[in-house]
Design a protein around this ligand. Structure first.
Ligand code: AMP
Length: 216
């Protein structure tokens, strides 16, 4: 699968790929895409729309740093550098979060999994909890850099952005290939305006999971 999430290739058509959608059960959504793709914003909207929790590993780690917890102290440097924290730590954080009862009808994962071992661990964690539906946002590299530069977060400085994009290409993009054989994968054009992307995602979810929204 070439020219995916951070791409200098021509912009993709609105929806490129759709494979074997889930039909029923919890709504286990994974939002996938490079830093700056709009995953956080879209995850907030989807969580509200489908009445499932948003689980953002980046938010969890930033909160831990703010709280000066043991985990926060462990990961602070890693986040500052734009590197990935270790798989074991992040898998255990997500594993604990998925034990909370609010996840029984599903969740929106934002920023996890970011490596193939994380994706495999999620499969194991969800063994009898339904399949995952992956929504991947493809964003042009210039747009990613523009958005991150505007955002002004501590790890959005130019050199950290470059590092995060390189890590994305090396470690995270292969996760999409992993999912192509195991889950429903929908690839959407994340360059479009936020509302248009939300509509595209909702259309993909309703195609995959039936005609009516779950909380209406
Ligand atoms: P995000 O807010 O998703 O961009 O995440 C911010 C930072 O948190 C990343 O640059 C990583 O340092 C760390 N992080 C978040 N999620 C993960 C993950 N699934 N695996 C490893 N590191 C992560």
């Amino acid at each position: 699968m070439e020219h995916l999430a951070v791409s200098t290739a021509p912009r993709p058509r609105r929806r490129i790929v759709m494979t074997s959608p889930p039909t029923e059960g919890p709504l286990n959504l994974v939002l996938f895409g490079p830093p700056g793709a709009g995953k956080g914003t879209q995850a907030d909207r989807l969580a509200l729309r489908y009445n499932v929790p948003k689980i953002s590993t980046g938010d969890m780690l930033r909160q831990a740093i703010q709280d000066r917890s043991r985990i926060g102290e462990l990961v602070r440097d890693t986040l500052d550098r734009g590197a990935l924290v270790g798989d074991d730590l992040i898998i255990s954080l997500v594993g604990q979060r998925l034990e909370q009862p609010d996840t029984v009808n599903g969740f929106v994962l934002d920023g996890f999994p970011r490596t193939i071992p994380q994706a495999a661990a999620l499969d194991a964690l969800l063994a009898d909890r339904g399949r995952v539906m992956v929504i991947a946002l493809v964003v042009h590299v210039d747009e990613v850099i523009r958005r991150l530069s505007d955002r002004g977060r501590a790890d959005d400085e130019a050199f950290v952005i470059r590092e995060r994009l390189a890590i994305y290409t090396r470690d995270t993009e292969p996760v999409l290939e992993y999912y192509r054989r195991r889950a429903s994968v929908t690839i959407l054009d994340g360059n479009r305006p936020t509302d248009a992307v939300t509509e595209d995602i909702e259309a993909a979810v309703s195609t995959a999971s039936g005609p009516s929204p779950r909380n209406s």
